[in-house]
Design a protein around this ligand. Structure first.
Ligand SMILES: NC(=O)C1=CN([C@@H]2O[C@H](COP(=O)(O)OP(=O)(O)OC[C@H]3O[C@@H](n4cnc5c(N)ncnc54)[C@H](O)[C@@H]3O)[C@@H](O)[C@H]2O)C=CC1
Ligand SMILES: CC(=O)C(=O)O
Length: 319
């Protein structure tokens, strides 16, 4: 009998319901079970999505469920928890969301789940670490969305700046999904040329100083969107579907996910956004880029921000 791919989604708020919608429209996964404390809203979403099935690429099964449904899930995606209010950083959410995760991850594991976790709730690097600790699963089967969204934002903005299709732009944001993240300009390419070479082709059009402005817009994008509409959800939802597809379709895709690094980049025992090969087993390999001196310093500073935040919450692991 053919394997039926099941995704269990925990948290069906702005991010979760957008993910469900994108998953359905892209025809990824055979079954989707939606779980949330807010039963009414989640049930409403399930009804609404089911009414769109006739227009989806192929038929799916979608239902409002409970933790027992996680037992047969290939992937559990967690988007539950508090989001940032205007002016709040992602790290400000740490304590509140760690408590929520302790209960959610405990309930998922109690079901007998033995698949792959994808975490999107903020602060995502730290909650991915917590999910790993609370679940006891191997590190390669606990993945955070990390800087996939920031990398997508960077590709979009570079594509606009250079007037080149974003598919021909290769550039990564790494580090914390948050204020200390950094761009890896030393490995950025546009139309097969290093970003700096491409700028030299047209010195009348391009200026290296513009790169800092582009990066700042990427780093601060969430604040800009939250100020305008209260939350960001479409971009991350599409990124989560991309990640789900890379796993279920065994794609060996390179994505800047939050991965466990221990000894890589001199960082020990931390989840942080780095390029990694993702396939049916989860994270198959973390790619260690040859960062230049400035980037390495920034990366270590970003890891330090995460390390300090983690230290402030260590007691939650032994409670
Ligand atoms: N990693 C990334 O790039 C991004 C992450 N996010 C994060 O995603 C998270 C969710 O954001 P939104 O969807 O905007 O929030 P939201 O408030 O719209 O939805 C959160 C949902 O979680 C549910 N929930 C809370 N506690 C729960 C529990 N114990 N069990 C089950 N469900 C529970 C709520 O009922 C609600 O439906 C936030 O932490 C936000 O910062 C948002 C955008 C991008
Ligand atoms: C909210 C958030 O983490 C983002 O849009 O990047």
């Amino acid at each position: 009998m053919e394997h039926v791919n099941r995704v269990a989604l925990i948290g069906t708020g702005a991010v979760g319901s957008s993910y469900a919608f994108a998953l359905l429209n892209q025809g990824v996964a055979d079954e989707l079970v939606m779980i949330d404390l807010n039963k009414e809203k989640s049930e409403g979403d399930v009804m609404d999505l089911n009414h769109g099935l006739a227009f989806a690429p192929f038929n799916k099964k979608i239902w409002f469920g409970d933790y027992s449904d996680c037992k047969q899930a290939d992937i559990v995606v967690i988007t539950a928890g508090a989001n940032q209010k205007p002016g709040e950083t992602r790290i400000d959410l740490l304590e509140k969301n760690t408590d929520i995760f302790k209960s959610i991850v405990g309930s998922v594991m109690k079901s007998g789940f033995d698949g792959i976790f994808i975490v999107a709730t903020n602060p995502v690097d730290l909650l991915t670490y917590m999910t790993w600790k609370f679940s006891g699963l191997p590190v390669h089967r606990v993945i955070g969305s990390g800087t996939i969204l920031d990398t997508a934002r960077l590709k979009y903005m570079l594509s606009e700046y250079f007037s080149i299709d974003s598919k021909n732009v290769h550039a990564y944001i790494v580090g914390e999904h948050g204020d200390s993240e950094l761009p890896v300009w030393s490995h950025a390419t546009v139309a097969g040329k290093s970003i700096y070479e491409r700028m030299e082709d047209h010195p009348d059009r391009y200026n290296e100083g513009d790169l800092e402005d582009i990066f700042q817009q990427v780093r601060d994008a969430a604040y800009a969107i939250i100020d305008r509409k209260g939350a960001t959800h479409y971009g991350i939802a599409m990124g989560l579907v991309r990640l789900t597809k890379a796993i279920l379709h065994n794609e060996n895709s390179v994505l800047t996910v939050s991965s466990y690094v221990d000894g890589y980049y001199d960082v020990e025992g931390l989840y942080i956004g780095v390029p990694a090969i993702v396939n049916r087993k989860g994270i198959a390999e973390v790619i260690e880029l040859n960062l230049d001196r400035k980037e390495k310093k920034q990366f270590l500073e970003s890891a330090d921000v995460l390390k300090r935040a983690l230290a402030s919450i260590q007691s939650k692991l032994s409670e």
